[in-house]
Write a new protein. Structure first.
Length: 89
């Protein structure tokens, strides 16, 4: 009986973990924020990132990929526009 209880508990925990993970999936805006702060692997942060975006070395698609998000043109353009315009005077 204890074995069955442990198995059920493990399954319930796993299901909760998956539900929690999917509930907190990143948005393109959050990916842009993480990129700007230098918190995505392979993506420079702050002014270096802005220069890389303006110069075409980094694209919105690169940022979405680094964040583990599905890449599409609309989201990639959105991410680029946020980062290109960030802190412009």
């Amino acid at each position: 009986m204890t074995l069955i209880t442990r198995a059920v508990s493990a399954l319930a925990f796993t299901a909760t973990l998956f539900a929690t993970t999917s509930a907190f999936a990143l948005t393109p805006f959050q990916a842009a924020s993480l990129a700007y702060r230098g918190q995505l692997d392979g993506i420079s942060g702050y002014q270096t990132l802005q220069g890389d975006i303006r110069g075409g070395q980094v694209t919105g698609e690169d940022i979405l990929e680094a964040a583990g998000l599905e890449v599409n043109a609309s989201d990639a353009n959105f991410v680029e526009s946020i980062l290109r315009d960030n802190n412009d005077d």
